[in-house]
Design a protein. Structure first.
Length: 277
């Protein structure tokens, strides 16, 4: 466990704003390669469609926690007729999301800390947490809040950065611990630990799936693109050499993430859970 706070997380994404978008675009989540030959854009959309299907997002009231630039929220609103509320702690992400065209205020992107949310009980049909769970300073509270704001029979879908059940000492010290620190994460659970937390919060786990092999290509592409940017773009060198930018260390994390997936010590889990009626 680390002590990464919402302020630390916001600063991380604010500092790296233009670099994240240059490397991956407005969707700050893994791609899902179903046949291995898809473009990045198609792979990213595959992930959104999978989450939407599992969440039963069609015509639903959805909360997209850790919504980033609002990319997934906009897809859900436009293509699934969802009524979406997105939540982010990053001012840069919020500002970008507010510049994007929406219809009738949908999605509604809020600059808000999920840990201090004031949404009414039983407001949403679905709560999504796409790669935000490991940033949460209190993962138990994250789950209890999701349970509280969901309607009975509503679904929570989490895409979670996880560790293998028994990583080696080398993997813990040289890969996982630095990834957690440099990525401003608090804790990466194992698959069994995550399922236990979800169940303890009152949810029924409907489905749990390991998507690690289908998403690992994300980091191979990011590493390749980062090398190209560093070699060809002076602004990247300026950022990396600026000692005041403490989040510049994340460039090393790209390589660690690629290796962590290749060695199997890092996992990407999908959890679909339901609030009992």
């Amino acid at each position: 466990m680390t002590s990464a706070s919402p302020t630390d997380v916001a600063e991380h994404y604010n500092d790296l704003d233009e670099y994240y978008r240059a490397l991956w675009g407005e969707h700050l989540h893994h791609g899902l390669w179903l046949n291995g030959r898809e473009s990045v854009e198609v792979a990213v959309r595959n992930m959104i469609d999978l989450v939407a299907e599992k969440a039963r997002a069609q015509d639903a009231e959805v909360c997209d926690v850790g919504c980033g630039y609002g990319g997934t929220s906009r897809v859900l609103a436009a293509d699934y007729n969802s009524r979406v509320t997105g939540v982010t702690v990053s001012e840069k992400q919020y500002e970008y999301a507010r510049t994007q065209q929406v219809t009738d205020g949908n999605p509604n992107i809020l600059l808000k800390n999920w840990m201090e949310n004031d949404f009414p009980e039983s407001q949403f049909d679905a709560v999504l947490g796409i790669e935000c769970f490991t940033h949460m300073p209190d993962q138990t509270k994250f789950l209890s809040e999701a349970f509280r704001v969901l309607k009975p029979g509503g679904r929570m879908v989490l895409c979670v950065w996880m560790t293998s059940e028994e990583p080696t000492t080398y993997q813990r010290k040289k890969l996982l611990a630095p990834i957690i620190t440099e990525g401003r994460l608090t804790h990466m659970p194992t698959p069994s630990e995550c399922a236990d937390m979800v169940t303890s919060a009152g949810f029924e786990v409907i489905e749990q799936e390991d998507l690690s092999q289908q998403v690992a290509k994300t980091w191979q592409i990011c590493v390749r693109r980062a090398i190209g940017k560093i070699l060809c773009t002076p602004a990247y060198w300026k950022f990396l050499l600026d000692a005041s930018k403490k989040n510049r260390v994340f460039v090393r994390t790209l390589f660690r993430l690629d290796k962590a997936f290749k060695t199997g010590c890092m996992k990407y889990g999908l959890i679909v859970a339901e609030k009992p009626r």
